[in-house]
Design a protein around this ligand. Structure first.
Ligand code: ADP
Length: 485
């Protein structure tokens, strides 16, 4: 690791511009999933440190909210440039703590920079309204203001870009933030502190805490000084946090789990569908909320798809993310491996056929073989539950109506994908699928310009697009009277 990488590895928390240890001095080890070795430690902060970080954010909000959009935008452009100037160092940290390939990590860091730039641009376009008044002597003005202190809790699968989606709109609108990155991947989160300091963002505007999720989360969701919670993670924890925020009626944005269907119709371009299937399933070793959970393939091309897909899956190179050519790194930890094994055992017991993979990889640790399971059935566990690993179950279907019903038969509604060359079908299916993101003949669709967000129990609110900034703004109606006739 070179000096530029190590300067981003902060083994401390950022509260009100100070890098500090936990009050108790307690720490948590951070592991590299590719080697099983410790990278370093992080503070095990709790309630008291969180309360101080919220207070620091509340104090900083008083002056940060008064800066002009142009001033914030300039600082964010600087932040964007710093991210790109340090792309390799930030990607190396990401690969080390998360496991994904260096190529994917660089892509994620580039996406973080893109979000910051997007919101730097959006900052200057937060418009209000002047509305025709029903009273001759009064005027109606509608203004937008920053909500205040924002709490952000993020997961380990995209430890850099999930924060970009939250820090970006917060900075743009004049909000301040208290961030809690995932315990498995804290250094990519703490690196935001170094970057923000270098970009000249004032002390207290961005605060970062690591440690006990329930203690930090408990304070973030109950402290009345926090105006909004933005969370990306599991539906289970998202629901818990929504309940906790109810006591102080905070605004919430939730990016939760998914159960993405990937539908291949008989008339699809098969090679294109296979390429899309690889991207939509195996990116980040299957550990994304938009990764395909269920492949549905129409009966006439079912066997051909399984055959071609399997050939492509068998080409995937598994290894340490830092080795060149690696396409699939280790899973995040052994719990993830055990969960994937349970899904596979359940499927084989119920008649599923392992076409390739199916077991731990010869590399040991948390490496797992990319797996395809044919003859998937509705009663198998992955029909309802999120796999979050490199396992692709392939179901067979007969008709368009039937597959739309099966695809929608889940409490989730984040991403879905389908492949067809029939224009009428493309529109019917797109309109029939109850999902927040739809890929038509595309397997990778996330981009900062478009609103990312789930329906149903996959979440609330949008990140990116022109919509992404709204959740960070309060709308205020001002009535100006006594103007005379
Ligand atoms: P995943 O299954 O992806 O780890 P989680 O929902 O468990 O998803 O974690 C997402 C984020 O939520 C992480 O930062 C984690 O530490 C945090 N988290 C987990 N439990 C709680 C909790 N009780 N309160 C607040 N945050 C929590």
């Amino acid at each position: 690791m070179n000096a530029n990488t190590s300067r981003f590895i902060k083994q401390a928390n950022l509260i009100g511009g100070q890098w500090v240890a936990a009050d108790s001095g307690a720490t948590i080890d951070v592991m590299n999933p590719a080697t099983g070795k410790a990278i370093g430690t992080i503070p095990k902060s709790g309630k008291a440190e969180t309360a101080r970080a919220i207070e620091a954010a509340a104090q900083a909000f008083k002056s940060w909210r008064k800066t002009t959009a142009n001033e914030r935008s300039q600082k964010m452009r600087k932040l964007h440039d710093l991210i790109l100037a340090n792309q390799d160092a930030l990607a190396e940290i990401l690969t080390m703590e998360q496991g994904k390939s260096f190529t994917e990590a660089k892509g994620e860091v580039a996406s973080s920079a893109a979000y910051i730039l997007w919101y730097a641009e959006e900052a200057r376009r937060v418009y209000g309204d002047v509305v025709p008044s029903p009273w001759a002597d009064r005027r109606i003005m509608v203004t937008k203001e920053p909500v205040g202190v924002v709490a952000a809790i993020t997961p380990w699968n995209f430890p850099s870009s999930m924060l970009a989606r939250k820090i970006g709109p917060a900075l743009a609108t004049g909000c301040t933030v208290v961030v809690k990155p995932a315990t498995q991947t804290p250094y990519s989160g703490l690196a935001w502190g170094v970057l923000c300091e270098e970009a000249g963002i004032p002390a207290g505007v961005v605060n970062i805490l690591t440690g006990s999720a329930s203690e930090i989360g408990g304070e973030l969701t109950r402290n009345p000084q926090v105006a909004k919670l933005t969370f990306t993670g599991s539906t289970e924890i998202g629901k818990l946090l929504m309940k906790q925020t109810a006591g102080t009626v905070k605004k919430v944005s939730m990016e939760l789990g998914g159960n993405a269907p990937f539908i291949v119709f008989d008339d699809a371009d098969l090679d294109r569908a296979v390429a899309g299937a690889i991207a939509a399933k195996f990116r980040n070793s299957g550990q994304t909320c938009v990764c395909t959970n269920r492949f549905f393939v129409q009966s006439k091309i079912y066997s051909r798809f399984v055959e071609k897909f399997t050939e492509a899956v068998e080409q995937l190179k598994v290894g340490n993310g830092m080795d060149s050519g690696t396409q699939q790194g280790p899973l995040i930890d052994m719990n993830a491996v055990e969960k994937v094994e349970e899904f596979i055992a359940d499927a084989t017991k119920k008649g599923g056929r392992i076409v390739t993979g199916g077991k731990r990889h010869a590399l040991g640790g948390s490496y797992f073989e990319p797996t395809v399971i044919a003859d998937a059935k509705p009663r198998m566990r992955f029909t309802k539950e999120e796999i979050f690993g490199p396992v692709a179950p392939v179901y067979k279907f007969k008709s368009e109506e039937d597959v739309i019903e099966q695809a929608n038969n889940t409490e989730y509604g984040l991403a879905c994908y389908f492949y067809t060359q029939d224009l009428g079908r493309a529109f019917r299916v797109m309109e029939g699928l109850k999902y927040g993101l739809v890929g038509v003949n595309e397997g990778l669709i996330s981009t900062v310009e478009a609103p990312f967000g789930g329906l149903k129990e996959s979440g609330l609110g949008k990140e990116g697009g022109h919509q992404g900034i709204e959740d960070y703004l309060d709308t205020k109606y001002v009535c100006i009277g006594g103007l005379g006739l």
